[in-house]
Design a protein around this ligand. Structure first.
Ligand code: FES
Length: 106
């Protein structure tokens, strides 16, 4: 069974960073606004204890604020060292201004 959870509104995403950290089932998730396309990945960098919502978004990539590892946001793939692990991605649904993430089935 599909379960979608309301996590934010599009307007909640910072226009400065184009990111927003939200919680889904106790996990930090980073929302990204890629010029109107909303994407979501795990918020914690797999390399260390950094929040990707504090990173630098450019051309569909997010640069970790701690050691400058870069990930492709849409695929979750690492693009440059020191990061080597894919990001977990989340399915996103936008209805009007409301952002939903697909949650694990209960
Ligand atoms: Fe993100 Fe090291 S914590 S690159």
């Amino acid at each position: 069974m599909e379960t979608w959870k309301r996590v934010a509104q599009v307007g909640d995403i910072s226009p400065d960073t184009n990111t927003l950290r939200v919680m889904l089932d106790g996990e930090g998730v980073c929302l990204y606004d890629l010029q109107g396309e909303i994407c979501a990945t795990q918020d914690r960098c797999p390399h260390g204890n950094a929040s990707l919502a504090d990173g630098y978004l450019e051309d569909g990539t997010i640069e970790c604020p701690l050691h400058q590892g870069v990930f492709d946001i849409r695929s979750g793939k690492p693009k440059c060292p020191p990061v080597t692990t894919d990001l977990r991605r989340y399915e996103v649904k936008v209805d009007g201004d409301v952002i939903y993430l697909k949650a694990e089935a209960a």
